[in-house]
Write a protein that binds this ligand. Structure first.
Ligand code: SF4
Ligand code: SF4
Ligand code: F3S
Length: 448
């Protein structure tokens, strides 16, 4: 099967295959997001660079431009009608497939009742969120042995119905305040937490460092590329066993009835490789990132150490957001796949909900984002500014233009300039913290 799109015709089977050993035992691997070793069916093997991204949920407007950019590029053919590699769901009620996160959280809770907790007293550079004391999907699977044997990862196979209606519950809020018919709310909402709330959660495959889909496939049809950590399904090897769908806790492997194989997000690898004609040979962000109207997305390729932790790279925007400012957090780190998608949590949402979704780093991340310092404000301007991947930034200091208090803390706004560079050092972004204001002259008042 080939994929067609603006990048031309490609065959996934042209790619190299790694991680093709048959797993006999669980290996002991280090998961820095959990601050501890964990079981995984394969030995650890890390790419030189890892495809990763940060989504700022404070900015997502649920417009689905990302969803349609992906669909019109990769999944517009027969058999792919219900296939949404990128989706945007309204939380807490929405989900695609329906209730995917509630279901896997419930399975984990049943496997390890009351034990899915964190010890936040033991933070270190190799465990910045503390230590997870609960069970990952790989560890919990050992407790869930059926007549078919143990699963490689605790999971479930969604019913066909659960893959229908990808945006069910769109814009449905949850809240303690009930409305009165014919009246708007009188009090309004105030930070730090809204009483009635929802938010949009944009999702793609996390190209995990310990992919559950790869671990579970009995055909060894799934592989992680050594050059960029992108996780792909070899369409020639896949026989449609759907163990990948069962195992992926994010439900980002999808079955196609017309080919009887599964497919998933390919991280737009021709763009990441710099093969898109519009990138001038430079690595480009994926279609969903580039199409994002809300400028919530920033993608990168992060340098990895031998032990799977990130190499210190102080002026990489992703390194700064995840490891220095610590405003961007992994999605459900407790699942144990070490996802490479990071989220700046929405600051109006009740903290217990966010803590379950993004782990114990939530409170500090929200506080920091709500009153950002000078560097964070500048780095946030890089989102959505250029289609090429920004590998490095520098900041030129500008004058102070505003001062106020944010919940008792002094906040100062400086009009700094941030400059972003592509892989080869080409300047691709130069923008200021304050957006320039252009006043239309009177003579053009009514013209466009
Ligand atoms: Fe595999 Fe799911 Fe991780 Fe993607 S999100 S790499 S499909 S386990
Ligand atoms: Fe689709 Fe590319 Fe986004 Fe993956 S990265 S969801 S393939 S547009
Ligand atoms: Fe393997 Fe999933 Fe195909 S389990 S055989 S990649 S459907």
């Amino acid at each position: 099967m080939g994929h067609t799109g603006p990048m031309g015709r490609l065959r996934l089977t042209d790619l190299r295959i790694v991680n093709q050993k048959i797993p006999l035992f669980m290996s002991n691997v280090f998961n820095w997001q959990l601050g501890r070793d964990m079981d995984y069916p394969y030995d650890a093997a890390f790419p030189q660079q890892q495809f990763a991204f940060v989504f700022n949920l404070n900015r997502c407007i649920g417009c689905q431009s990302c969803t349609m950019a992906c669909k019109s590029t990769w999944t517009f053919s027969r058999g792919q009608e219900n296939m949404w590699w990128n989706n945007v769901e309204t939380k807490p009620y929405g989900g695609y497939p329906h209730h995917w996160d509630v279901k896997i959280l419930d399975l984990l809770e049943r496997a390890n009742s009351g034990g899915q907790t964190w010890d936040t007293k033991v933070q270190s550079p190799k465990g910045p969120y503390g230590k997870f004391n609960g069970k990952t999907i790989f560890e919990a699977a050992k407790l869930n042995v059926s007549s078919e044997g143990a699963q490689k990862a605790l999971g479930y196979l969604p019913e066909d119905e659960e893959w229908s209606a990808p945006n069910r519950y769109e814009d449905h809020p949850v809240g303690s305040e009930k409305g009165v018919k014919g009246q708007g709310f009188k009090g309004g909402e105030t930070l730090p937490q809204h009483k009635t709330w929802f938010f949009y959660l944009a999702r793609i495959c996390n190209h995990c460092s310990y992919p559950a889909c790869l671990a579970a496939c009995p055909r060894n049809a799934i592989y992680k590329r050594p050059e960029d950590g992108i996780v792909l399904i070899d369409q020639e090897r896949c026989r449609g066993y759907r163990k990948c769908l069962e195992a992926c806790p994010y439900k980002k492997s999808l079955y196609r009835g017309t080919t009887r194989t599964s497919e998933k997000c390919i991280a737009c690898f021709p763009r990441v490789e710099g093969r898109d004609q519009h990138g001038g040979g430079l690595p480009m962000q994926t279609r969903c990132m580039a199409a994002c109207i809300g400028h919530i997305r920033l993608q990168g390729l992060v340098e990895m150490n031998q032990d799977g932790t990130w190499k210190e790279d102080r002026h990489s925007p992703l390194y700064y957001l995840v490891h220095v400012a610590k405003v961007a957090l992994p999605l459900y780190p407790q699942f144990g796949t070490e996802p490479n998608g990071y989220y700046i949590p929405p600051r109006w949402v009740p903290r217990p909900y966010l803590q379950q979704m993004f782990g114990p780093g939530v409170d500090a991340a929200v506080e920091k984002y709500a009153a950002p310092d000078r560097e964070l404000l500048a780095v946030l301007q890089l989102f959505g500014k250029d289609h090429r991947i920004c590998f490095r930034y520098e900041i030129k200091e500008g004058p102070k233009v505003f001062e106020t208090e944010v919940r008792g803390k002094k906040f100062e706004l400086y009009n700094d300039t941030i400059i972003g560079y592509a892989k080869d050092g080409t300047k691709i972004i130069e923008t200021t913290v304050e957006e320039p204001l252009h006043i239309r002259p009177d003579k053009h008042a009514n013209s466009i």
